[in-house]
Each structure stands twice: as C-alpha cells, then as structure tokens.
Write a protein that binds this ligand. Sequence first.
Ligand SMILES: [Cu+2]
Length: 129
Amino acid sequence: MKQSFLFLILALAACTTTIPSDMHPPLLTPPPLPDLRESSLDNITEVRIDAQQFEFLPSRIDLTKGERVRLILTARDVNHTFVLPEFGIDEELEVGEDTRIDFWPNKTGFYLFYCDKPGHKMEGIINVR
Ligand SMILES: [Cu+2]
C-alpha cells in the first residue's frame, strides 16, 4: 500500500513538471496574405493618356478583346472629362492628377471617346481587335 502511494506521488510530480520556456513549440504565425495589388497587375494592360487643350494623346488606342485594361489619364492643363459611352465610362479628370479607369473590352470594334467640357472638341478612338 505504501509503495503504490509513493508511486502515485512520483507520477504526479512527473506530470506537473514544467517545460522550460525555450522548449515550448514556436508560436504558429499565419501565412502572409497575398498581395492583391501585385496580383491585380498581372495580365492587365496599362495605357497612359494625356488630355490637354484640345486633344487626347494618344488619340488612337489599340486593344485586344478580352484583355483587361487600365487607362491612366492625366489632364495636363485644365480639367477635362473622359467619356466612353460604349463601356459606360464618364470620368472627370482633375488637372494634374492621374485618373485610373479599369475596364474589360469584351467586344471588338471601334469606340469613340471624347471630352464633353463645353468648347473642348477632343476625341479619340479605341480599336478593340
Ligand atoms: Cu477637355
């Protein structure tokens, strides 16, 4: 009886032994989140367009059907607009600021874009092949 009691004491002592802190398993850190900005730049065609009195430069843009596009428009002198009705785009271009417009030309054809500010007769064409 005394022996089994002694065994119980030893067993309890073994169970309550603390593990030194340097033997703790390392804390699990979650994997880093994917960088969405970077992956969104994959497979996207960037086209820079300047708007100034009274033209868009370039005024003809060739695109490929099904290829995602980011237009980066900059009004160089005064505010302009960029209107591309076929794709439902109508953006104000603040002078000196870049305006990014993402769209996905999913149909071929020639599409007119223009600035609708009074007196600005600026236009161009997007050709989707
Ligand atoms: Cu304009």
